[in-house]
Design a protein around this ligand. Structure first.
Ligand code: ATP
Ligand code: MG
Length: 216
């Protein structure tokens, strides 16, 4: 079976949280561009060094760098059932992806702006897995530690309020047009809600039209 999908949404709209629920329920492979870039930064790879200066300013990493990187990651996947999270983020990236790979469905998370800005304040992440916590509504069992591995959580440098505004501006200018790109292809599904718990059941019921649920 093949199933290829993308999840879109503003910064901190819950892409990571919804993605991990999708992975658990349906067993897709998951590529989160931001998580992979952060791991490259931590490991001081050439890609990490290039990406760092952009990410810290809240700017997008250049399209050619991202297209090369994600193409390679896609080639390494064993299965043909996957979910991309954080890529594509510009129409040019979307066109590059479409030229090598048609998609089955694109999920767009629609979350009110004020909620997004509030949410990043309490956000903590487990870097190796991409698991996301929030001290306000989804706190880790032990403060500052990942529930599963017990390893340290970090606060992203680009989650400070000033950089978040820059990221939202980049989203409006560069990423929002990607929604229309997929709407025109007829494969866009939109999900509105104030929390991931509100959005998740709607996402799940749509995906059940495409994929069998995994027995766990
Ligand atoms: P989330 O809240 O779901 O983590 P996000 O938008 O806040 O989403 P990431 O997806 O983790 O953040 O991305 C963090 C940063 O990495 C972006 O601000 C950008 O600088 C860079 N980045 C990630 N993916 C791309 C991409 N496809 N193109 C360009 N830059 C990217
Ligand atoms: Mg993310």
């Amino acid at each position: 079976m093949a199933f290829r999908s993308v999840i879109l949404g503003a910064p901190a709209s819950g892409k990571g949280t919804i993605s991990s629920r999708i992975v658990k329920a349906f067993g897709l492979e998951h590529i989160a561009s931001g998580d992979r870039l952060r791991i490259n930064i931590k490991e001081n790879t050439p890609l990490g060094n290039t990406a760092k200066s952009y990410i810290e300013k809240g700017l997008l990493v250049p399209d050619d760098v991202m297209v090369n990187f994600i193409s390679k990651e896609l080639q390494q996947l064993k299965k043909n059932t996957w979910l991309l999270d954080g890529f594509p983020r510009t129409v040019s990236q979307a066109e590059a992806l479409w030229s090598v790979q048609k998609l089955d469905v694109v999920l767009n998370l629609v979350v009110p702006f004020n909620i997004i800005v509030d949410r990043v304040k309490g956000r903590w992440v487990h870097l190796p897995s991409g698991r996301v916590y929030n001290t306000d509504f989804n706190a880790p069992k032990v403060p500052g530690k990942d529930d599963i591995t017990g390893e340290d959580l970090i606060q992203r440098k680009d989650d400070n309020p000033e950089i978040v505004l820059k990221r939202l501006e980049q989203y409006e200018n560069l990423t929002r047009p990607v929604i229309n790109f997929y709407k025109n292809k007829g494969i866009l599904k939109e999900f509105e809600g104030k929390s991931s718990d509100e959005i998740w059941p709607k996402v799940k019921s749509v995906l059940l039209n495409y994929l069998p649920e995994q027995k766990s």
